[in-house]
Design a protein around this ligand. Structure first.
Ligand SMILES: [Fe+2]
Length: 304
C-alpha cells in the first residue's frame, strides 16, 4: 500500500438551527429523498447515486460545516491512510472502526489543516441508482464542495500530499480546483476564513439544471448567482441560499478528466471566465454568496 488515497467525495454533512425547516427544504424543493432521520440528524440520498447518502443534516445551535465524507478503495487503504495521517501529525478524531450510518462501512475521522472534520471510509454498501428521466429536475449525484481557507497553498498541499488529490485547474493564484476521481473537481478552495462556501449537486444535464432552478425560483428560494457556465470545469451553475443560509448549487455538465492527458490551466480572473455566457448579471453575482465568517465548528469533533 505505497500510496493510499481518497477516491471519491461521498457526502457533505451540514449543521445548523431550524432542523425541521432545513430538513423539509432538502427534500422538497431541493430534491433529495430522505433515507433516515431521528429528529436531530437526517440523511438524504440522490436518485442517480449509488451512495446510501450524499448529504447529512444535523440540528445544532449555530450553522456550520459538520463533516465531509470521502471514500477510499479498500479497508487496507483506510487503515494505511489513517496510519499515514497520524504519522504526519494530522489531528485524528477516531481510529478506523465499523460505521453505523446508512450503508455502514469502515472508516475513521480526522481534521484537515483548517480544522474541518473529515471522514474517510470503505466498504459502504451501495444502493441502486437509476438514470433520471427528462424533466426530473432533481440532483442526480453530489458534485463538489468549495471551502474558504486563509492559506490556499497550505490547503492545496494538505489535500494533495495527505489525501492524494490532484490539481485540475487554478483561477489566478487564489482559487484551486482539485479532483480525486475523474470529476474535474470534488473540492475547491478560495480565500477567506475557514468555512463552507458552497455544496454543489449535479443534475442530469443543463436543461434539468434550468428546470430545477425555475422550480426553486417559483418556491421563492433566493437565487444568489447564476444561471451561467464557469470556465474551470466547464460546468453550468445556479447558486441558491437554503433556509439556514448555506449556499447550495445546482450544476451540470461538469468536465470529466483523463488523468493521463489532463494538464492544469491557470485561468486569468475575470467576469467572462467565471461566467462564459454573461447571464449571471441577472443575479447578485459572487458577491451575493455572502461574507465568509469562520466556521464555529472548527476543530470540534461532531458527536455523531
Ligand atoms: Fe460550484
Amino acid at each position: 500500500m505505497s500510496n493510499p488515497r481518497v477516491s471519491k467525495l461521498r457526502y457533505v454533512g451540514l449543521a445548523g438551527p431550524d432542523f425541521a425547516v432545513e430538513r423539509n427544504f432538502l427534500h422538497d424543493p431541493w430534491g433529495l429523498p430522505e433515507v433516515a432521520s431521528d429528529g436531530e440528524l437526517a440523511y438524504f440520498r440522490a436518485e442517480g447515486s449509488t451512495e446510501p447518502f450524499i448529504t447529512r443534516w444535523r440540528g445544532t445551535a449555530q450553522r456550520g460545516l459538520d463533516v465531509i465524507g470521502f471514500a477510499a478503495d479498500s479497508r487496507a487503504d483506510v487503515d494505511a491512510l489513517a496510519q499515514k495521517l497520524a504519522r504526519s501529525g494530522v489531528k485524528m478524531i477516531t481510529e478506523p472502526h465499523r460505521l453505523d450510518s446508512p450503508g455502514g462501512g469502515y472508516g475513521f475521522r480526522c481534521f484537515d489543516g483548517d480544522g474541518h472534520a473529515l471522514e474517510i471510509s470503505s466498504d459502504v454498501a451501495p444502493v441502486a441508482a437509476r438514470a433520471l428521466n427528462r424533466g426530473e429536475s432533481i440532483p442526480a449525484v453530489l458534485s463538489h464542495v468549495v471551502l474558504h481557507t486563509p492559506d490556499i497553498k497550505k490547503a492545496v498541499a494538505f489535500y494533495e500530499e495527505q489525501l492524494g488529490f490532484k490539481v485540475s485547474d487554478w483561477l489566478g493564484d487564489f482559487m484551486s480546483f482539485l479532483r480525486c476521481d475523474d470529476v474535474h473537481h470534488s473540492i475547491a478552495f478560495i480565500p477567506g476564513p475557514p468555512c463552507l462556501n458552497h455544496v454543489a449537486y449535479e443534475m442530469r444535464d443543463m436543461d434539468e439544471m434550468m428546470r430545477g432552478a425555475g422550480r426553486l425560483m417559483k418556491n421563492k428560494v433566493p437565487l444568489k448567482w447564476g444561471p451561467g457556465r464557469h470556465t474551470a470545469g466547464n460546468n453550468t451553475f445556479s447558486y441558491f441560499f437554503d433556509p439556514v443560509g448555506n449556499s447550495l448549487e445546482y450544476t451540470a455538465e461538469v468536465d470529466r478528466v483523463d488523468d493521463a492527458t489532463w494538464k492544469p490551466t491557470v485561468y486569468p480572473p475575470g467576469f467572462e471566465i467565471t461566467d462564459q455566457w454573461g447571464t449571471s448579471v441577472l443575479s447578485d453575482g459572487p458577491q451575493g454568496m455572502g461574507k465568509p465568517v469562520p466556521d464555529p465548528a472548527l476543530w470540534q469533533a461532531p458527536p455523531v
